[in-house]
Ligand binder design. Structure first.
Ligand SMILES: C[S@@+](CC[C@H](N)C(=O)[O-])C[C@H]1O[C@@H](n2cnc3c(N)ncnc32)[C@H](O)[C@@H]1O
Length: 231
């Protein structure tokens, strides 16, 4: 690893995977038609806390929120924070809209697309937290550059986090887990917040379970939880 590779430009400029699933039920179609336009962020507009929420509140950001249970859970725990979620998969967007609607959440905005596009638009040093939970593993070595956990994307997250801000990462995939530990271990701008050797085996209380995590547990997989502080 050379010092310059830590400052790699973004290596994943293409979204891989499904973006459209099965057809929507009437209530879901209504959420997409009525609620989504009120909350959706596009790549055309500024995305500071003031632009999105009308004040200078702390911001948190989730990459690939899946069906949105973690993002909605965090937003319920901290109603005075603003949350931005990015997910290209329409079924996932509908999942998050359903949580927002059921719980009348006012502090979430979302982007239907690549998290990198919105991260790039955020003011530097503007995030209190960033979450990357159960990213697509891309287990084959020849696909390693497609993993979100690479120096380009992680460098971008580092730039957008405040000093002292937190980056959370979770996975049940052993190859991804050791890859992530290697990447994060090479970074001078993050400190791993593990307090005991067993720390990363236990989900912190303020870390709502994601859908993928639940499925992983049901299959008997171990799940690993990482918290890093931006230095
Ligand atoms: C394995 S799923 C995990 C979903 C969720 N985080 C969970 O734990 O249940 C990974 C998700 O990341 C999304 N994703 C992949 N690349 C992305 C990117 N560049 N920006 C935003 N989302 C992305 C995928 O669409 C998919 O829904």
């Amino acid at each position: 690893m050379t010092d310059s590779s830590i400052h790699d430009p973004l290596t994943i400029r293409r979204l891989y995977g499904r973006q459209q699933g099965h057809s929507l039920r009437p209530k879901q179609a209504e959420l997409v038609e009525m609620l989504l336009p009120q909350l959706e962020i596009t790549t055309e507009e500024p995305v500071s806390a003031t632009d999105l929420f009308g004040d200078n509140r702390p911001l948190e950001f989730e990459i690939g929120f899946g069906k949105g249970e973690h993002l909605a859970g965090q937003a319920m725990m901290r109603p005075d924070h603003g949350f931005i979620g990015c997910e290209p998969f329409l079924d996932g967007v509908v999942g998050l809209l359903t949580h927002i609607d059921n719980n009348q959440l006012k502090n979430i905005r979302l982007h239907r697309g690549d998290a990198l596009d919105i991260l790039e638009q955020l003011p530097d040093g503007s995030l209190d937290r960033a979450y990357l939970l159960h990213p697509d593993p891309w287990p084959k070595a020849r696909h390693a550059k497609r993993r979100f956990m690479n120096h380009g994307p992680i460098g971008l997250i580092a730039r957008k986090l405040k000093k002292g801000g937190e980056f959370r990462f979770g996975t049940d995939h052993p190859i991804y887990c050791s890859w992530a530990m290697m990447i994060m271990g090479q970074r001078p701008d993050f400190e791993w917040l593990a307090e005991t050797p067993r720390d990363f085996l236990q989900r912190p209380q303020d870390w709502p379970q994601t859908r993928y995590e639940k499925k992983a547990r049901e299959k008997g997989h171990e799940v690993w939880y990482f918290r890093y502080r931006r230095l």
